[in-house]
Ligand binder design. Structure first.
Ligand code: BES
Ligand code: ZN
Length: 858
């Protein structure tokens, strides 16, 4: 019977005429679909996808021929609908008519309901769709696979007081039987997962024209003043992509809509991109650099998809990286072109580092990975698809040269426009333009899990020796998994070196193809940097001598990304047991004078990790150590920006203050934060926007019940999505367990939106004060959460188990998932459990030495 998750291919749709009538008050909808289908082989049955829909009638006709009725069989577990006809349907063109109805659900998938309160506290309802990956079948019966592309012509029949948006412009609007009937223009041929309908009391900004397309932002009433920044990056990035791709925007208009309840960050529906509110709406004056950058990223990312994903789509979900990795890569290009002073590609190092953590697991997977069930398609939306994928694209772009790379992309888009493509099609286009064998270079990066650790040493003969092997944190997995054959891959590693001799610098490029190579060094070389400019997706391990010489160049004579990689690789080696934790802590002293926010993000993050594995008795000593590292920097930066200071320094100030007041537990910083916060109540301009969230975090960290109450109210009354999020997250950062218990309660009693609740549970699991409590809460309430949260909710929430880094908790976690037979899709759970194993192993291996070092300095 073939793959139960793929539809037969001898019948396929070319056009859907959809009519949908949502009833917001009753939370239901009715619909009918008239689908033009091509039948290639005579058949008595037609199988298509449908889930949680009641299909009430189905018939088919053929030109002037008679109408034939089908018997309908819904197979809910298979998410399919089987139509059986009394007589065989002959090859040719047919028109299939279906009527159906469904519920506007609360799980933020398919056609769903979103609710919000206006300024006066009155409740309102709207409806929106989220159809990727496999939820179009919950909105209308369809061939719900990305390569069944078709034209969509949608009609929405709504309450006259409401507004509706879909993928294309409205071609007619009329009143009929007391209802507003909106007909939308035909779309281009596209995949089902890109269809969108949004219905509610929504308002739009004035349009900005980009070529022939008007670009607007939409939101619920009262928030339009927060749309300006998003509209600016939307217009800028759309224009940027028209030039970069060499093709006009493929839609006839572009709407960007902020939806109060939204499962992910944003969704690239052609012409009607949907967002969670905090990913689109912002008060530019009151936001932090990170918050603004997030909006610019998300908007540019979704715009990039209009071509990469919407115009040309992966054939199947195993190739999701073609969509997501490319959009992530392109998002950097567009944001970098818009605000070069943000140095977006430098901060991209943080994303690359995040991918290297998961890809350093035995339970990692190749970027392209087999997908069958919908659950496995969902699990593909991870750091390997996005961040590793974007990293290897960046590496390839730098290797081929940006112009050659771009021309290859243009070739690929032109050839596959309105169609689908696979990884090999991309290689063909890039290879054609680059005149190089791209598959040989790239297949290891896409089809193998993991990445190399490049070891660099000075050989006896004075030459430089480079070798590669796979980097993993654990030398082998615990008993059961080690039966698996070890992966001993080698990669084609583009290596760029920098040799420094006194005042001279020389760059060299080579491709490391085997396990090892040697190169000769010119006389007088004193330092060797591997991975110059930092584009390579690998780690570097230097011998002691080479490392010492490099550290002498910190900070001024290495680029920020190079320093970032140096400290980040050192930390990874420490977690992997290749470098003693005491050496790492000594090394952090060498970065004292560094003022790069990304370098400090690594250092601060490593302190957080140590906090989670250190014995409680040694916590005070760790606090003291952290204050020693960060205190001088905060003293130098101060709490208010100097005039003419760059953006990245402003952000560093916020990060440093936050770390000092929270993991550093600095009493003076906590007192200062309280004073500033009091000033801020009277005068919102009293605190720099980049410092304010740090102040809030510090006050939560040191806060009591009264502060908790205050922040809860602030969360409810927040003026912007960013402010709401800061107070929300602060509610997971208090220390008293009774307060954390109140926060946990709100994750299931409806006080937090289900789009946020899983993240809140995860945050409490990551807190050393709340983790035991949070874990008990997860075990007790698993079924409630499974019922209420959006489908990716539990997967995201479970990432929190990585923080449960004590041997006792680890045993209990393993037992729970084993006994309940929980599957989070793909390799997700195995990856979380392995990360937990790494943390506990780190504790058991280095915990004692860490305590001794912090208490005695040795
Ligand atoms: N296509 C995704 C949205 C999506 C995510 C659909 C998961 C189904 C499951 C969209 O393009 C996306 O990647 N959104 C990101 C934000 C982006 C800037 C990385 C998200 O939602 O986190
Ligand atoms: Zn995306």
């Amino acid at each position: 019977m073939g793959d139960p998750y793929r539809l037969p291919r001898h019948i396929f749709p070319t056009r859907y005429d959809l009519r949908l009538t949502p009833d917001l008050a009753a939370a239901t909808f009715t619909g009918d679909a008239t689908i033009s289908v091509t039948v290639r082989r005579a058949t008595k049955a037609i199988v298509l996808n449908a889930a949680e829909l009641d299909v009430t009638a189905a018939s088919i006709e053929h030109g002037a021929g008679a109408l034939r009725r089908a018997t309908i069989a819904l197979d809910e577990p298979a998410e399919r609908c089987r139509l059986t006809f009394p007589a065989s349907i002959a090859p040719g063109q047919w028109t299939l008519r279906l009527t159906f109805n469904g519920k506007l659900n609360d799980k933020l998938r398919g056609f769903y309901r979103s609710t919000y309160k206006d300024a006066a506290g009155a409740a309102h309802v709207m409806a929106a769709t989220q159809l990727e990956a496999t939820d179009a079948r919950r909105a209308f019966p369809c061939w719900d696979e990305p390569d069944f592309k078709a034209v969509f012509a949608t009609t929405l029949i709504i309450d006259p007081a409401l507004t509706a948006v879909s993928n294309t412009t409205v071609v007619s609007e009329r009143l009929e039987g007391g209802k507003k009937v909106l007909r939308f223009a035909d779309t281009i041929a596209m995949s089902t997962y890109l269809v969108a309908f949004i219905v509610g009391e929504i308002e739009a900004t004035e349009p900005t024209m980009v070529g022939k397309a008007p670009l607007r932002l939409w939101c619920v009433p009262g928030k339009k003043h927060l749309a300006k920044f998003g509209q600016a990056i939307a217009a800028s990035s759309l224009r940027f992509f028209e030039r970069y791709y060499g093709l006009p925007y493929p839609g006839d208009k572009l709407d960007l809509l902020a939806i109060p309840d939204f499962a992910s960050g944003a969704m690239e529906n052609l012409g009607a991109i949907t967002f969670r509110e905090n990913a689109l709406l912002v008060d530019e004056q009151a936001a932090t650099h990170a918050e603004l950058e997030r909006i610019a990223d998300v908007v540019a990312h979704e715009n990039a998809h209009m071509w990469f994903g919407d115009l040309v789509t992966m054939s199947w979900w195993n190739g999701l990286w073609l969509n997501e990795a490319f959009a992530t890569f392109a998002e950097m290009l567009a944001v970098d072109a818009w605000k070069p002073e943000w140095k977006r590609w430098e901060t991209f190092g943080v994303s690359r580092a995040a991918a290297m953590i998961v890809d350093g697991l035995h339970s990692s997977r190749p970027i392209e990975y087999p997908v069958r069930a919908p659950k496995d398609a969902d699990a593909m939306f991870d750091v390997l698809t996005y961040e590793k994928g974007a990293s290897v694209l960046r590496m390839l772009e730098q290797y081929l040269g940006p112009t050659v790379f771009r021309n290859g992309i243009r070739d690929y888009l032109k050839r596959h426009a309105y169609g689908n493509a696979d990884t090999k099609d991309l290689w063909v286009s890039l290879g054609r333009v680059a005149k190089q064998p791209v598959p040989k270079l790239m297949n290891g990066w896409i089809f193998e899990p993991g990445y190399p650790l490049v070891t660099v040493s000075l050989a006896q003969n004075g030459r430089l020796r480079l070798s590669q092997r796979r980097f993993t944190y654990l030398s082998s997995l615990a008993p059961r998994a080690s039966r698996r054959k070890p992966v001993s891959a080698t990669w084609q590693v583009p290596i760029q070196l920098r040799l420094t001799a006194k005042a001279k610098r020389e760059s060299r490029r080579l491709l490391l193809t085997g396990t090892a190579t040697q190169i000769s060094l010119p006389k007088g070389v004193d330092a060797v940097l591997v991975n110059e400019d930092g584009h390579g997706f690998y780690r570097v391990r230097y011998d002691a001598k080479l490392l010492e010489r490099l550290l002498r160049l910190v900070p001024d004579r290495l680029a920020p990304i190079e320093r970032f990689n140096l400290i980040n690789d050192a930390w990874a080696s420490t977690v992997a047991g290749l470098l003693p934790v005491t050496d790492y802590l000594d090394m952090t002293a060498r970065f004292q004078a560094d003022r790069d926010k990304n370098v400090w993000a690594v250092v601060i993050d490593s302190f957080h990790s140590l906090h989670r594995i250190i014995e409680p008795a040694c916590r005070a000593a760790l606090d003291t150590f952290v204050r020693g590292r960060i205190g001088p920097m905060v003293a130098e930066l101060g709490w208010t920006p100097r005039t003419g200071e760059d953006e990245l320094r402003r952000q560093l100030r916020g990060d440093a203050i936050r770390a000092l007041g929270t993991i550093g537990n600095d009493r003076a910083a906590q007192a200062r934060a309280a004073e500033l916060y009091a000033d801020y109540q009277n005068n919102p301009a009293a605190v720099d926007p980049n410092v304010l969230p740090a102040v809030i975090a510090i006050l939560a960290h040191a806060g009591d019940a009264a502060r908790y109450q205050e922040f809860s109210e602030r969360f409810r009354a927040a003026a912007t999505p960013q402010e709401e999020r800061r107070y929300l997250y602060a509610l997971a950062s208090f220390q008293p367990v009774d307060l954390l218990a109140r926060t946990l309660e709100k994750t299931i009693n409806g006080e937090f939106r289900t789009q946020d609740a899983p993240f809140m549970v995860r945050l409490v699991q990551a807190s050393v004060y709340g983790r035991e409590l949070a874990w008990e809460f997860v075990k007790t309430n698993w079924d409630v959460m499974d019922r209420r949260y959006p489908k990716q909710g539990l997967r995201r929430m479970c990432e929190g188990i990585i923080g449960l880094a004590t041997p006792a908790l680890e045993r209990d976690v393993q037992k729970f998932f084993r006994e309940r037979k929980i599957d989070l899709g793909g390799k997700t759970l195995a990856q979380y459990l392995e990360q937990l194993r790494i943390a506990v192993a780190f504790r058991q291996r280095d915990g004692k030495a860490l305590g001794r070092y912090l208490n005695t300095g040795r």
